[in-house]
Design a protein. Structure first.
Length: 111
């Protein structure tokens, strides 16, 4: 019997409760150009002295915004370099950033 105790002990150690993997399914996001992005651009980006009014890219124009979304400039300047909006301007809230990222991730549709 004594020779079986180490084997039983090893069997008990091997019978650990299996952990379930964390759910890594992404939560689908929804962002509408008309409802979320266009007002965001009008209120935070295409303001006096900024985009749309001083010779810079007119972000009130969907086709201009879409081009900058597709070439990565929005992501680069807003999320990577964190240069836009400039520190002297009204900043994006976390919710606005999430909507913008969602919209970009979904291909910047005109919806």
């Amino acid at each position: 019997m004594k020779k079986y105790i180490p084997i039983l002990f090893l069997l008990l150690l091997a019978c650990k409760k299996e952990k379930k993997p964390a759910d890594t399914t992404p939560t689908p996001c929804t962002a509408s150009y008309a409802t979320d992005i266009k007002p965001l651009m009008a209120n935070k980006c295409a303001t006096t002295g900024c985009h749309g009014y001083n010779g810079l890219a007119n972000l009130n124009d969907y086709s201009v915004l879409k081009e900058r979304a597709d070439n990565g400039n929005i992501n680069k300047f807003v999320f990577e370099l964190k240069m836009m909006p400039p520190t002297t301007a009204a900043q994006l809230t976390d919710a606005e950033k999430e909507k913008l990222q969602c919209w970009l991730k979904n291909g910047a549709p005109n919806n």
